[in-house]
Write a new protein. Structure first.
Length: 69
């Protein structure tokens, strides 16, 4: 299930148009290590971030994206 959500999020990054960018944020629950994903249309380049779920105060880690043409 987790792999499917990540695959869908990455596929959405690949479908984003040139005028529209996507930010995918993967939240990790610190106690259970469960993951859930949120997708936002944002200005700027496509990005994937991994963050601790709220109310955690740690920063996010930006994950590298492989852009295929």
């Amino acid at each position: 299930m987790r792999a499917m959500r990540i695959a869908i999020a990455v596929a959405m990054l690949g479908c984003a148009g040139a005028a529209q960018a996507t930010t995918v944020i993967i939240f990790v629950e610190p106690m259970t290590l469960e993951k859930y994903t949120r997708v936002f249309d944002t200005p700027g380049p496509d990005r994937v971030l991994m963050c601790m779920a709220p109310p955690a105060t740690s920063g996010c880690t930006e994950l590298p994206i492989k852009h295929r043409h």
